[in-house]
Design a protein around this ligand. Structure first.
Ligand code: SAM
Length: 219
C-alpha cells in the first residue's frame, strides 16, 4: 500500500480495536505521515490504462491513491470512516494542487450504501474488516459501480510474515477468489489472483502477495 509495511505483535484487544474508527482516529491524530503517499502498485498497474472518469476510493487513508488518480485526470471521492484521516487526505490533496477535483465522504464501508451514486471506478486497498466482512463490503462497493465501470479490490493475502498478528487480524486477510460470492453476476471478472510484492518488515524486505480482484460491470 502507500507505505504499508509495519507488522507488530498484537494482543486480541488491539486487533479488535483496529477494526473500529477510534483506533484509526488516534493513529491519524498526530502530525506524522503514516503512509508513503505513493500510489499502490496494483492501482497503477490496473488503472493507468483506463479512460479517466469518476472514481471512489474507500478506505482512502491519507489520500495517496486519491491524489494519484486525480493527477491521472479522474474526479475522485475519497471515503474513510476516520475524520482525521480524511482531514489529512484533504490537506495532502490541497498541497498536491488537486483539491478542485477531489471530495471526501466519511462512511463505514461495512454499512456503506451507494444510494444511487455511481462511479466509473470503485477502488479499495487494504481494507480488512473482521469475520470475512470483505465479501459484504465487495457487494456494497459493486453497487456503486456504473455500467461499464470497474471495481478494484486489493488486500493482503495470508502470509507467514503476518503470523505474529492475532488470529482475528489474520482471519480478516483474504484471497481474491474469496470475494467472488460478493460480486453480482452483472460483473465480468478480469483479474482474481495473488500478486507478489516486496514490503519492508523490521527493516528487511519480505515477499508478500496482494490479493487482487478486478471486475467490470456489464453495460
Ligand atoms: C491500512 S489503511 C489503508 C489506507 C489506503 N487505502 C492505503 O492503501 O494507503 C486502512 C484504511 O481504511 C480505513 N478503514 C478501516 N476500516 C474501515 C471501514 N470499515 N470503513 C471505512 N474505512 C475503514 C482506515 O481508517 C484506514 O485509513
Amino acid at each position: 500500500m502507500t507505505g504499508h509495511g509495519h507488522v507488530h505483535p498484537q494482543g486480541e484487544n488491539d486487533a479488535a480495536e483496529m477494526f473500529e474508527p477510534q483506533s484509526w482516529e488516534e493513529r491519524y491524530s498526530g502530525e506524522e505521515r503514516i503512509w508513503s503517499g505513493n500510489p499502490n502498485p496494483q492501482l497503477v498497474a490496473e488503472v493507468a490504462g483506463l479512460t479517466p472518469g469518476t472514481a471512489l476510493d474507500v478506505g482512502c487513508g491519507e489520500g495517496g491513491d486519491v491524489i494519484w488518480l486525480a493527477r491521472q485526470g479522474w474526479r475522485v471521492t475519497g471515503a474513510d470512516f476516520s475524520a482525521n484521516g480524511l482531514a489529512r487526505a484533504a490537506r495532502h490533496a490541497d498541497e498536491a494542487g488537486v483539491a478542485d477535483v477531489t471530495d471526501w465522504w466519511q462512511v463505514d464501508a461495512r454499512t456503506f450504501a451507494a444510494d444511487g451514486r455511481t462511479y466509473d471506478l470503485v477502488t479499495t486497498h487494504f481494507l480488512h474488516p473482521p469475520d470475512q466482512g470483505m465479501v459484504q463490503v465487495t457487494r456494497r462497493l459493486a453497487d456503486a459501480v456504473a455500467p461499464g465501470g470497474h471495481l478494484l479490490v486489493v488486500g493482503h493475502a495470508p502470509a507467514d510474515v503476518f503470523t505474529q498478528l492475532t488470529a482475528a487480524k489474520r482471519r480478516a486477510m483474504f484471497l481474491a477468489e474469496d470475494l467472488l460470492p460478493g460480486l453480482p453476476d452483472t460483473f465480468h471478472v478480469l483479474v482474481a489472483e495473488q500478486r507478489p510484492r516486496t514490503m519492508t518488515h523490521d527493516g528487511e524486505s519480505v515477499a508478500v502477495h496482494d490479493s487482487t480482484l478486478l471486475a467490470r460491470r456489464r453495460t
